[in-house]
Structure formats: C-alpha cells, structure tokens
Design a binder for this molecule. Structure first.
Ligand SMILES: *[C@@H]1O[C@H](CO)[C@@H](O)[C@H](O)[C@H]1NC(C)=O
Length: 318
C-alpha cells in the first residue's frame, strides 16, 4: 500500500482528462469506407507489397462481416527473391484528426517472425507535423512500445506519470534520434503479439489534447473502464484506470505532457494508419527467428497465417 500511496501522490503533476462525445463508430465494413488503401512501396523498406482495394478483396487480404473487420498479409505465395515483397495492406483514414480520443477494440494483431504491425497517426509533412505510434512491434517482441516523434524542439521532462517505462531518452526529435523519438515500453506482457492474441486481445486508446498525449491499453479480461467496454457514446478519461494501478485513476500506459514541448505546434492534423507490414530487418538477427528476414519472408508463406489484424471497432470521440 505504501508503494501505491507514493506512486499516486505524483498524480498531482498529471494533467486531467475530460468528457468526450462519440463522433464516429467504425464497425465491420465501415472500415472500408472510412479508410483508403495505400498501394505504395513501403516507405520503411520492408519486404512488403501494399496492394489496392480490388487486389486485397480478391485475395481476401481484407474481410468485413457483421462486427468483424480483418486485414492480413498474404500467407499463400512463395516469393521471387528478385520480385516485390509479400502482399499486404496499409490503410489511411480519409479524415484527419487533431484533438480527439481514438479507441481501437482489437481481437487479434499480426504475430510471427518477420511481422511488423502498427496502429499509428501521422501528419502530412513528416516529421514536421509529428507522429504518434500507439501500437508497434516486430518479431513478436513483448510488450508493446508506443512513441512520439516530432521535429526538433520537443523534449520530455523525464518524470512523466505513466505505467510504462520511457526508453530512448527525452528528446522526441525524430531526425536527431534516428526515428526513435520518445518511446514508452508498456509494463504489461499482454499488450503485444501471441500473448495479446491468446488473451482475446484488448483495447488501445489515444487521447490527444494540446496539454498532453496519452496512450492507454486494457487487456480483454482486465479492469476495462465501463464506457470503453460497453462502447458508450460518451466517455470520461478522468475515470480511466489502468489494470495494474487500480488505486491511481487517470494513469495511462504512456504520457507525453506539453511541459517542454508545444504539442499544439509540433503535432498537426493526423491521419490514422493501420498497417500489417513485414520487416524486421535490422533487429531480425537478434530476435530468435530462423534464417534471415528476407529469406524467411520469401520462402515461408504459411508462417504468415497469423499475420492479421482483427477489429471489433474503431471509435472516435471529440
Ligand atoms: C477470408 O478471411 C476471413 C477472415 O479471416 C475468413 O473467415 C474467410 O473464410 C476467408 N474467406 C476465404 C474465401 O478464404
């Protein structure tokens, strides 16, 4: 109890949340109208070939039915080493958002060697309008790592109130940190990969204001705020409680305050991006995965059978 008492006292420095109303409720085939397919060569040079809507539908790389939306990487084709990478899907929201709460209800995320799933938001002119990574990882690393990337002149105070652990320093400058930015590793093994999937998934939420950016996570069977679990039309982020810190309401997994970073200037309007990438080149050799990343992605299509996202919903509140 003593630990919890001390930990919660520091909440004095946590800027409070607010009440928001739902403005979008994206379920099942709504994903296909709220997002556009980006059939682009991967800007991050993964062994991936992002396809258009027609190809995705014909290869069942996207699938919508009732309350379910799935996007996946191809798991059938052995690739020509000299040809394009593995077919997959990258979706960009048609609408841009600034201050808002975004809640992803995820039942499955891509898992397996060579996968690189991400849920993130980004502006038009990277890194000048910033980037927020809500869910990101490679090669089944555990747990999740969220991050904030900006242009120069945005730092973190180093005493953020959050349940995760800051990694990579307090300078969020994407260029100066070789795109590490201000990372936060979650303190919860269920937040990523096979552990997340075996647990029935969970919810990831982003709360973006001009005073802070917070990322939240609740496992399916965790202490999920009732307004999140029920899909309420109104939410109050002040009441949100982290599963493993029930005595400290309002504490997110990751927290980037505006103390020494003008979030209003550093973050522009953002699109939401969902991608089911293949990668993992630079860290592959130390990941415990077989062969080399390229060979593995080329020659083992069936290893990508679990390389898919499945969503119950994506809800936006403003
Ligand atoms: C397409 O994918 C969905 C979701 O994984 C699956 O339920 C369905 O059986 C697949 N359809 C075909 C024709 O493979």
């Amino acid at each position: 109890m003593h630990f919890l008492l001390i930990a919660c006292l520091s909440l004095a420095s946590l800027v409070a949340g607010a009440t928001y109303q739902r403005t979008q409720n994206i379920v099942g085939s709504d994903f296909l109208s709220a997002f556009s397919f980006q059939a682009i060569s991967d800007p991050t040079h993964g062994r991936v070939n992002y396809v258009n809507a027609q190809t995705a539908a014909s290869q069942n790389l996207t699938f919508a039915s009732g309350n379910t939306f799935v996007l996946r990487a191809d798991s059938k084709t052995v690739l020509n080493p000299n040809g394009p990478g593995r077919n997959s899907v990258r979706l960009q929201s048609n609408q841009q958002f600034t201050t808002a709460v975004t809640i992803f209800d995820v039942t499955h995320m891509p898992q397996g060697c060579g996968t690189w799933p991400a849920l993130w938001t980004v502006g038009n002119n990277w890194p000048n309008e910033g980037e927020i990574d809500i869910l990101e990882g490679v090669n089944d690393q555990s747990p999740n790592q969220a991050s904030l990337h900006t242009s120069s002149g945005c730092t973190m105070p180093g005493n953020q109130v959050q349940t995760g652990t800051s990694v990579g320093g307090n300078n969020c400058d994407a260029i100066a940190t070789s795109d590490t930015g201000c990372g936060v590793k979650f303190n919860d093994a269920t937040s990523y990969g096979p552990t997340f999937n075996n647990n029935g998934g969970g919810w990831f939420a982003l709360e973006r204001t001009n005073s802070f950016v917070k990322v939240w996570y609740w496992p399916r069977n965790g202490n999920v705020p009732s307004d999140v679990r029920s899909g309420s039309t109104s939410i109050n982020t002040n009441n949100w409680v982290y599963t493993f810190r029930p005595a400290c309401p309002g504490t997110p997994a990751a927290n980037w305050p505006s103390t020494s970073c003008s979030l209003a200037q550093k973050l522009g309007p953002h699109n939401i991006i969902i991608n089911c990438g293949d990668w993992a080149g630079s860290v592959y050799s130390t990941s415990g995965c077989p062969s080399t990343c390229e060979d593995y992605v080329n020659n083992n299509p069936s290893a990508f059978g679990n390389a898919y996202f499945q969503f119950n919903s994506l809800r936006i509140f403003q």
